[in-house]
Design a protein around this ligand. Structure first.
Ligand code: GTP
Ligand code: MG
Length: 456
């Protein structure tokens, strides 16, 4: 590779060597004096930077350019093959460069394409870093700043301890296609069968029995809740029941639900609802859904379709059987003896009982008296109720319970875990508060390259 001396480059750029050296120093390029050599591609970058800066000064009022895809395939193919990089919530350009082995100046240049002016020591947030290194073929993953990751490491999965657990099911579908009615039908059939006339307490999740097996339904998924839970890394659902009204067919939210389920890697069972209606056309629904890759078994695919009428309680038993079948194939297991952890499904401040949260236990067995922490909330499990409103002393994996005893109201999606003492729980919660306070105070220093080039 050919090289160019600093003074030669300065001449090309029409600036003094001294000025060029100060630019190079600012960009942390290792040079000694005006006789030092620069790699050709570095020289090219400096030239681009200077000319772009000059250009942008002329057209200052133009809106920043949107990021461009990599220019030529040759450039892309020479990039290293490494894919994932774990990054902290903020990182300097210099550190970022060394982590992915890319000259910081290249990163700075790319950031300029994004309309962001930063110097080498400026820190950018995770989202910016993610977007930036994507341009270089890397995928960023955010470091988990709480101590959860460490604690989880401690609690390595013990394969010999794994025992089957009930499936957790989410009902999704377009507005008015009958999700609530279907859940009611499932619950009522079940409640009626087991305890005639029993009243179901609403805790945001319900538990039904079928052929001696338990199925757990989350009542409040909605697309946003599902996305929020998933965005926070909480995989709560094992199976999605996609409700499609037979008289209406596939609608926008049906497609959204399919995309959510696919992104989460969750199997879908299709419940074609409202088959009692005169205009019902289940075959059309199958046809439409096959365009989204949901192909019925009778057409050679592997998606289970069940025709139901939530209103007339038709097909409910078959649907439950199919859920158990899919669950069996998924071989869902959990360690019942691990230190308990789970996820907050919903939470509220109850006038009489204080903060209450519905918890879906995912690992271990949650017991009354356990010291717990969930995001900023901590405490001791004072009492627990199951989805039928009965007081229970413990909850095993997949079982939803309403938990009382939190210091404050946690958020849906927060991970809840048992720790050794209430003191430890409080310390962790305090740390959480600290981190979040810090996070709010972080502003990305935007040091403009203008400052550097003003000296030209
Ligand atoms: P959102 O929560 O608003 O998204 O609606 P949903 O999907 O929960 O639908 P919901 O259960 O509220 O039902 C919407 C309407 O469809 C109601 O008027 C139900 O009575 C009616 N419905 C639901 N299932 C059936 C069914 O199987 N047959 C008939 N004929 N009507 C149904
Ligand atoms: Mg509803």
């Amino acid at each position: 590779m050919s090289k160019v001396r600093v003074y030669e480059l300065a001449k090309k750029l029409g600036i003094s060597s001294k000025k060029l050296i100060s630019i190079l120093e600012e960009l942390d390029v290792d040079i000694r004096n005006h006789m030092s050599s620069l790699e050709d591609d570095m020289a090219q970058l400096i030239m681009d930077l200077v000319s772009e800066e000059k250009g942008s000064k002329k057209t200052k009022n133009e809106t920043p350019k949107t990021p461009e895809p990599p220019k030529n395939t040759e450039e892309v193919s020479t990039k290293p093959k490494i894919q994932k990089v774990v990054l902290p919530s903020k990182i300097s350009i210099k550190d970022l460069g060394s982590r992915i082995n890319i000259e910081p100046v290249k990163l700075i240049k790319k950031l300029m394409d994004f309309g962001l002016m930063v110097n080498i020591n400026a820190e950018i947030d995770f989202e910016s870093a993610k977007k930036l290194i994507k341009e270089f073929g890397y995928e960023a993953e955010e470091e988990r700043e709480d101590e959860l990751a460490e604690l989880e490491k401690e609690e390595e999965t013990r394969p010999e301890e794994l025992k089957p657990r009930p499936p957790v099911v989410t009902v999704m579908g377009h507005v008015d296609h009958g999700k609530t009615t279907l859940l009611d039908a499932i619950r009522e059939t079940n409640v009626a069968a087991s305890e005639a006339g029993g009243i179901t307490q609403h805790i945001g999740a319900s538990q039904v029995e079928k052929d001696g097996k338990t199925i757990v339904f989350i009542d409040t998924p909605g697309h946003e809740a599902f996305t929020a839970l998933r965005a926070r890394g909480a995989k709560v659902t094992d199976i999605v029941v996609l409700v499609v009204a037979a008289d209406d067919g596939v609608m926008p939210q049906t497609v959204e639900a399919i995309n959510h389920a696919k992104a989460a890697g969750v199997p879908i069972i299709v419940a074609i609802n409202k088959i009692d209606k005169p205009g019902a056309n289940p075959e059309r629904v199958k046809q439409q859904l096959s365009e989204y890759g949901l192909i019925p078994e009778e057409w050679g695919g592997d998606t289970i379709f069940v025709n139901v009428s939530a209103k007339n309680r038709i097909g409910i038993d078959t649907l439950l059987e199919m859920i158990l079948l899919v669950a069996e194939m998924a071989e869902l297991k959990a360690d019942y003896n691990a230190r308990a952890s789970g996820v907050i499904i919903e939470a509220k401040l109850d006038k009489g009982r204080g903060p209450v949260a519905t918890v879906l236990v995912q690992k271990g067995t949650l017991k009354v008296g356990d010291a717990i922490v969930a995001g900023p909330a901590y405490g001791k499990v004072r009492a627990m109720r199951d989805s039928r409103g009965r007081m229970v002393k413990s909850a095993t994996p997949s079982i939803p319970v309403e938990v009382m005893g939190f210091s404050e109201v946690p958020s849906a999606g927060d991970v809840i875990r048992v720790v050794s003492s209430e003191k430890e729980a409080r310390e962790i919660a305090e740390k959480y508060h600290e981190i979040h306070k810090e996070k709010e105070n972080i502003t990305t220093p935007k040091v403009s390259l203008d400052r550097i080039f003003d000296r030209i």
